[in-house]
Design a protein around this ligand. Structure first.
Ligand code: COA
Length: 184
């Protein structure tokens, strides 16, 4: 297998969009297994929002032998890199693709910290505390639950935004999580 065929993460291009939408709808179907969250099995983000992430050069994909397996979209907020979306195609889940995507986000956060003259790279997100592939998965990768306002005003506002409130479901707590890594 040539190096180009080996599994790797790279920035996404506009040509990747159809495959990314397919990943999204396949990945979110996982929520169909939880009756209270089953409506989330329909991907919610708009094409316009996604074009924005892409335009900012902040979408990364994991590819193997020309096939896209997962993607992550991030933005900068309050000195942190915030994960807007992360998804792995159902056919490729639980094989370390998500972990590889988090690696791409960490490199992005390290670059952002360096260019901002900061000594700590920070990655943040909002998620469901107790869905096995949400809070526990991030915790396994070094994230801790924090109060959104301790990260900064953008996160404080995000945690009470209409978008977040639309994800409220009885019995399923939404939380903000943070990973910090001191730069060498
Ligand atoms: C979250 C997600 C991106 C992880 O991708 P992944 O490639 O499967 O992740 P990894 O292979 O690196 O890690 C797999 C680990 O996740 C956890 N996990 C994933 N699916 C799980 C499930 N159905 N039940 C329990 N644990 C699960 C386990 O800890 C698993 O490790 P294990 O297989 O050794 O038990 C993927 O599950 C996904 O696309 N989910 C749907 C979209 C989503 O919820 N995104 C996050 C929004 S905040």
């Amino acid at each position: 297998m040539s190096a180009g065929n080996a599994r790797h993460a790279r920035p996404a291009t506009h040509d990747d969009i159809p495959a990314i939408w397919e990943i999204d709808s396949s990945a979110t179907s996982k929520f169909g297994s939880i009756p209270t969250l089953a409506d989330l099995a329909d991907p919610a983000e708009s094409d316009q929002k996604f074009q924005e992430y892409l335009g900012n050069g902040r979408v990364y994909v994991v590819e193997e032998a020309g096939q896209l397996m997962g993607y992550v979209a991030v933005c900068s907020a309050d000195d942190a890199v915030f994960i807007e979306e992360i998804a792995v195609h159902a056919d490729h889940q639980r094989k370390g693709v998500g972990e590889m995507l988090l690696g791409a986000v960490l490199r992005d956060a390290e670059r952002a910290a360096k260019s901002g003259g900061r000594k700590v790279a920070r990655i943040s997100l909002t998620t469901y505390a107790d869905v096995p592939w949400n809070g526990p998965w991030y915790k396994k990768h070094g994230f801790s639950e924090v109060e959104a306002k301790t990260i900064g005003p953008w996160h404080a506002e995000k945690s009470t935004s209409e978008e977040e409130r639309s994800l409220d479901r009885a019995g399923y707590r939404r939380i903000c999580m943070l990973l910090e890594k001191t730069l060498e």
